[in-house]
Design a protein around this ligand. Structure first.
Ligand code: WTA
Length: 630
């Protein structure tokens, strides 16, 4: 694969990718191992929608991540695992070792009856076994769905049932900082409600006591016992599903975003190599959890496809102290560091002290992802972490896009703080106004859409293609609608301004207001809830819940605690509201619709101009809410 090395070359490649997309992507795809080459490069329409890349081809992701590198990189480190507790020893796996572990586990999967197309749920902490399990699924053609280990048992069972998984892979327990999380116990609760699960493989990570259900639960070590370290990868059809990853939207339950074998592979490999300007033998550290799309694309698949060394960090940025990320960078001589703006803002509050005695000179490129980065945090990152020597790539993308769409290319694109800058080759962004017309020219703002397919895009929502169409392709006919607002400045540079729907980005975690409202409504005293986002200094956005209850509440504090607990149980602790205001009523129109615009203003603390309130059923409600605002 050719790496872009100058801005002129980027411009040429971009032009080529727009004029002759099929030629462009066929050339990129040429550097992979294909069991069979494609018949057609692209077949698409955005009306159904139907998108097929490299149709007729056969390939395997695991083979391209592992087998392909064995000749030249067998002894190079593939994964460096840094434990939660820095005093424990770290682990590294070479490409050869990773290959053997994956083959063994793939054989174990086959032995228990997992075959092509079966869905397998992975609920593991940040340990190499998470990557091994993903790669082994890909190897045998099973479709993995990784669930972030911060999700509760009911979120886990919902996901398992939605895509009808046969197998769950989990671990006994994990420490995050000083907190112990008993994953198997959470899994056991989930498995009470998952009739489709036949087996549960348990990795013994902490020697923590667990219950093993006879006939269902198997220790990882027993599963791989006697399994060969060789395995022939299944030749998958280009458009066979590779994985399902659940994400939140404006309404309803989380959506199982489905990515397919060939297009996703080609796209994440290409974007990893170029966005980060990855150079052979470099160490890449992405701080995202494997449970989110960033972990899939740029901790596991992108780096391994490029034969890189990827760091997997089990812990948290503030344990044992606030300098932990920099310890990891120093210890493993990290060259490329990729994190979320929320982590940067949080570390910023501890000042320069966190860098004392840390050698960050190995760093060459920095990246951010997940939410808009404010200029101040950008400069802090650039100055203190990058020592003004490292380009920052502000990468804009989504679970649905599979890989980065708009971002600087490190050392190539002239930077502008807080701007995702320009589209990558193959990506055709447009801004649309409320009535669906394209906004041309520069120094403009609108809703961000993409008008042409790229190989890494999601193909459907598992089991609900109609919802896929409705959510992404119906707001604007013949465009993929991202849900983000965006400004194109006078230089044609893109700056993402944030979601224009009811999705809230809390510390880079994507949360649907509807899901949180549903969870709060489960409290016996709650009648109705409206949740909105508000600007939060560290988290980017916080969650503000307005709640109507029955009767008179005498102890509001306890009620707030109980509500927070319900959200943690139903979704996960990360979705707990920051503020809960008990209100007598919600601002509704005469037709009963909640006017969220007004609630957002109140949550932001900006009540001077609430806009037009004449359509409200009872304007007095607004005054009451304003008076009690937190
Ligand atoms: C937001 C994460 C501004 C955006 C990869 C998007 C960003 C949502 C950026 C997707 C960025 C992601 N600048 N906003 N660089 N990157 N976002 O699916 O609102 O967890 O729609 O994927 O995060 O979140 P998701």
């Amino acid at each position: 694969m050719q790496q872009i090395s100058s801005f002129e070359q980027y411009q040429q490649q971009y032009k080529h990718s727009v004029e002759k997309p099929e030629e462009f992507w066929a050339e990129v795809a040429g550097s992979f191992v294909w069991t069979k080459k494609w018949d057609t490069v692209l077949d698409w329409n955005f009306t159904e929608p139907k998108v097929k890349w490299f149709d007729g081809a056969q390939c395997n992701m695991s083979e391209n991540c592992l087998d392909r590198h064995l000749e030249t990189k067998a002894n190079q480190t593939a994964i460096i695992w840094e434990p939660n507790n820095p005093n424990e020893t770290f682990r590294s796996l070479t490409y050869k070792e990773l290959y053997e572990e994956v083959c063994r586990f793939a054989n174990a999967l086959k032995k228990i009856g997992i075959t092509r197309g079966d869905r397998v749920c992975i609920y593991l902490p940040m340990i190499p076994e998470a990557a091994i399990a993903m790669l082994a699924c890909a190897r045998v053609g099973a479709v993995h769905t990784v669930v972030f280990a911060g999700f509760s048992s009911s979120s886990l069972s919902d996901r398992i049932n939605d895509c009808d998984c046969k197998l769950l892979i989990t671990a006994d327990a994990v420490y995050r900082g000083e907190k112990k999380i008993d994953l198997k116990k959470i899994a056991d609760d989930a498995l009470l409600q998952t009739p489709g699960i036949k087996n549960c493989i348990v990795y013994n990570h902490r020697d923590s006591p667990v219950l093993m259900m006879e006939g269902r639960d198997i220790w990882w070590t027993d599963a791989v016992k006697d399994c060969s370290a060789e395995n022939v990868a299944e030749a998958m059809q280009a458009e066979d599903p590779l994985f399902i990853l659940y994400t939140s939207g404006s309404t309803g339950k989380p959506k199982g975003i489905l990515h397919t074998a060939a297009g996703y592979m080609v796209y994440v490999a290409y974007t990893f190599l170029n966005v980060f300007n990855y150079r052979d033998k470099e160490v890449f550290f992405c701080t995202a959890d494997v449970g989110w799309v960033t972990g899939h694309s740029y901790l596991v698949y992108g780096p391994l496809l490029n034969g890189a060394t990827t760091v997997m960090f089990e812990g948290i940025p503030n344990y044992p102290d606030h300098g932990r990320f920099w310890d990891v960078v120093d210890k493993h001589k990290v060259n490329i560091f990729y994190t979320a703006p929320t982590a940067i803002r949080s570390l910023e509050t501890y000042g320069e002290a966190v860098f004392k005695s840390k050698d960050l000179s190995s760093l060459r490129v920095l990246g951010t992802v997940g939410e808009p980065i404010n200029e101040e945090a950008w400069h802090w990152y650039h100055r203190n972490v990058g020592k003004e020597n490292c380009p920052i790539v502000d990468t804009w993308w989504q679970t649905e896009t599979g890989g980065v769409l708009i971002s600087p290319i490190a050392n190539v694109t002239p930077l502008k703080p807080a701007f995702a800058t320009l589209p990558l080759p193959g990506v055709q962004p447009v801004l649309l106004n409320e009535t669906g017309e394209e906004i041309h020219g520069n120094d403009v703002q609108g809703n961000l859409c993409i008008r042409f397919p790229w190989p890494g895009m999601a193909r459907t929502i598992y089991g609900d293609h109609n919802r896929f169409h409705q959510t992404y392709f119906s707001t604007y006919k013949n465009y993929y609608f991202t849900g983000d607002g965006c400004r194109r400045d006078e230089d044609g540079y893109y700056r993402i301004t944030g979601r224009v729907d009811d999705v809230i980005n809390v510390s880079g975690h994507r949360i649907g207001t509807g899901e949180v409202e549903d969870a709060i409504d489960e409290h016996s005293l709650v009648i109705e809830t409206a949740v909105v986002g508000y600007p939060h200094d560290i988290k980017g956005q916080g969650l503000y819940a307005f709640v109507i209850c029955t009767g008179t509440i005498t102890d509001e504090e306890s009620l707030r605690k109980e509500i927070g607990k319900i959200v943690a149980e139903k979704i996960g602790a990360f979705a707990r509201p920051d503020k809960i205001q008990i209100v007598a009523g919600l601002p509704k129109t005469r037709s009963g619709k909640i006017m969220r615009r007004i609630l957002r203003k109140i949550a932001e603390g900006d009540t001077s101009n609430l806009g037009d309130t004449t359509t409200l059923l009872d304007p007095a409600v607004v005054e009451q809410i304003k008076a009690g605002a937190l």
